[in-house]
Design a protein around this ligand. Structure first.
Ligand code: CAO
Length: 263
């Protein structure tokens, strides 16, 4: 695209957000003085998600707990399932297992399946799990409704359909509403840990990065294990650190031995 010279915007950029009393005004810089620049409007999705993320970041006292899950056996199972069902056209991803693990963890720790309402908590008896999807126009969070009543294949299929709909810009408000808890997976891209922003009015979000083979002590020797980095952000107005640590430990234990889901 050709470089264009433009005068600096008159208004603070969207990134500046609303005014904070006592803070310096947003820097007004004529970047063209320093080199060629071009100006590009934010997409509709970026404007909406940016405003929501900004509010959530400012209003919610976020804390993020990092942990690791040993997914060696689960990954072997996932690969085997995909091999067995090659002809079905349904690809099972690690994210589908994480959605089921999130449901089990929300059942065990109900305050994570809640929203703050003044001095009260609204505890939900349904399990709708959102997943962050990266699209050319920005981030969206489609929701798998009633994930507790769906199996791994159904979830994988629905997730793939919703991700496609998201990339095609065809998600409607109904596809993105009613979420109880979100998972943001950067596992297909990379990274170790990050600090995801809570998707209000939810009170927690699980961030997941790329799994890698790491040496783990098995009591006698170091063994190569496939380790998945987890980053749980939670709202400290609703959740305490001990509960968050327990949530992560439980979530990781389910991924380490998926038979625990049945207990
Ligand atoms: N570790 C290692 N590899 C992983 C992995 C993990 N944790 N998670 C996925 N992968 C692998 C998959 O197995 C797949 O490999 P193959 O192509 O060899 O089978 C590859 O990465 C791509 O996976 P995917 O991204 O297509 O599938 P997914 O189910 O993991 O994710 C979706 C689907 C829609 C969540 C993803 O495409 C996406 O948009 N992720 C970005 C979310 C995001 O932007 N979050 C940030 C929000 S905060 O700004």
């Amino acid at each position: 695209m050709p470089a264009q010279r433009r005068s600096p915007p008159q208004r603070p950029p969207a990134a500046a957000g609303g005014a904070f009393p006592g803070l310096l005004p947003w820097p007004q810089v004529d970047f063209a003085k320093f080199g060629p620049v071009e100006r590009k409007d934010l997409s509709r999705i970026k404007k909406i998600s940016g405003a929501n993320l900004h509010r959530n970041w400012v209003v919610i006292p976020h804390v993020t707990n990092h942990d690791d899950a040993d997914i060696t056996d689960l990954e072997a199972f996932r690969v085997q399932l995909n091999k067995e069902n090659e002809k079905s056209g349904i690809k099972v991803t690690m994210l589908a297992f994480m959605i089921k693990a999130a449901v089990a963890a929300l059942k065990k720790f109900p305050e994570f399946n809640a929203s703050a309402d003044g001095d009260a908590l609204v505890l939900k008896n349904y399990f709708h799990i959102g997943f962050a999807a990266d699209t050319p126009n920005g981030l969206v969070v489609p929701v798998i409704k009633d994930a507790d009543r769906k199996g791994i294949f159904d979830i994988s299929q629905e997730m793939s359909a919703l991700a496609k709909k998201a990339r095609d810009g065809k998600l409607g408000p109904a596809d993105m509403s009613g979420g109880c808890f979100s998972i943001s997976s950067l596992g297909g891209i990379g990274g170790r840990y990050f600090t995801p922003i809570i998707n209000a009015p939810e009170v927690a979000i699980m961030g997941v990065c790329r799994s890698t083979i790491e040496p783990r002590w098995d009591g006698k020797q170091f063994a190569p294990r496939l380790i998945l980095p987890l980053s749980l952000s939670w709202d400290h107005r609703v959740i305490d650190g001990a509960a968050a640590a327990r949530f992560n430990v439980y979530f990781a234990s389910l991924l380490a031995d998926f038979r625990r889901i049945a207990l």
